[in-house]
Design a protein around this ligand. Structure first.
Ligand SMILES: [Zn+2]
Length: 345
């Protein structure tokens, strides 16, 4: 039982290696956030330790303990919160040394020790160099699996020591079917979640809960309201985003991605490709908005959103950048501007 959704190529390679006894000592799984890197790593850990005839069975003690994060031979380290609840921004050399120490011991309860390093790009230079030594001297019954969404931040020397597998975005239909069959999500909601996830099923699973999905919908409401609002409200929104940017750059980039999704949907509508839209629960408002916009306005807005995102990455003044973006949005009746010319009356 492989829990990974999609990723036929990666699965074929791993399964082929397992059947022929050609398992690499180190793997590198790359791909966007939530695409399924950790799920695949746990599947592989199960396959290496499973006691059934057709591993991974998903039911034996080893498989279950690995999936529950309780197996003594399968260790996951990564960024995120540490034991004291503080955000960890780096994987330290001490953590890698601890892994190396335990890797010298024979497996405790299974057949193979598996070390999963999530967000491997977060290793400090010393940590990466330290790991490199282990990767250069592979040991029996020890497998390292490095996961990263930012491969370019990993040292080339580490990458070259791993078997690299690139995980691709999962097609909407495949993600939708998995949500229906495995998580019993109703058809319409599964379709919406699969589209919103942009090929990263982990995002969809994290948002199955209505309260999570409602938060997402509230942000889309904000985008619709801001698009229809006058300049004052738009500038208030820019100020609010600029404040959020001070606290979390990532969250603001996520919001800009939602803006991009929304305007991409308007573009698809304008081009009569409604079946491809992401926000399928907003078909009516998308259609209505499309009718009052020119294709060129939609295109220019998309460029402006992309430009704002890029400028923020380059440390431009957040408030100014976001205000310029708000000014770039096509004027609507409420702003007192002429919709087609953009000139204030
Ligand atoms: Zn099993």
């Amino acid at each position: 039982m492989w829990y990974t959704i999609g990723q036929k190529r990666a699965l074929t390679l791993l399964q082929g290696g397992l059947q022929q006894g050609r398992v690499a000592h180190a793997y590198l799984f790359t791909g966007p956030a939530h695409v399924g890197k950790m799920t695949l790593a746990r599947d592989m850990a199960c396959a290496l330790n499973c006691s059934a005839a057709k591993p991974p069975c998903g039911e034996c003690t080893s498989c279950r303990r690995i999936q529950e994060g309780k197996h003594a031979d399968v260790l996951e380290i990564g960024l995120g919160k540490n034991e004291e609840g503080k955000i960890k921004t780096e994987i330290s050399i001490e953590e890698i040394r601890q892994l190396q120490h335990s890797a010298n011991l024979p497996p405790f309860e299974g057949k193979c020790r598996v070390y999963i390093i999530d967000g491997a790009e977060g290793m400090s230079t010393e940590a990466a160099n330290c790991l490199l030594k282990t990767l250069e001297e592979p040991q029996d019954k020890v497998v390292f699996i490095l996961l990263t969404a930012k491969e370019r931040l990993l040292p080339e020397t580490v990458i070259s020591r791993c078997q690299r597998l690139e995980l691709k975005p999962v097609p909407i239909e495949e993600a939708k079917q998995a949500l229906i069959e495995r998580w019993k999500v109703p058809d319409g909601k599964a379709d919406l979640l699969a589209r919103l996830s942009h090929g990263s099923p982990g995002w969809a699973v994290n948002n199955i809960d209505d309260s999570q999905l409602d938060k997402y919908k509230a942000q889309i409401d904000e985008i619709i309201t801001t698009t229809e609002a006058g300049l004052e409200e738009r500038f208030d929104y820019a100020a609010q985003l600029a404040t959020e940017f001070g606290q979390s750059r990532e969250k603001v980039q996520e919001k800009l991605s939602m803006w991009l999704d929304w305007w991409h949907d308007l573009l698809l509508n304008k081009c009569k490709l409604e079946e491809k839209i992401t926000n399928i629960d907003r078909k009516d408002i998308l259609k209505k908005t499309t009718e009052i916009l020119e294709l060129s306005q939609i295109r220019e807005t998309i460029s402006a959103i992309i430009a704002a995102g890029e400028q923020l990455k380059l440390n431009a003044n957040a408030r100014l950048t976001l205000e310029v973006l708000m000014l770039s949005l096509p004027a609507t009746r409420q702003t007192g501007m002429n919709l087609t010319t953009g000139i204030i009356k």
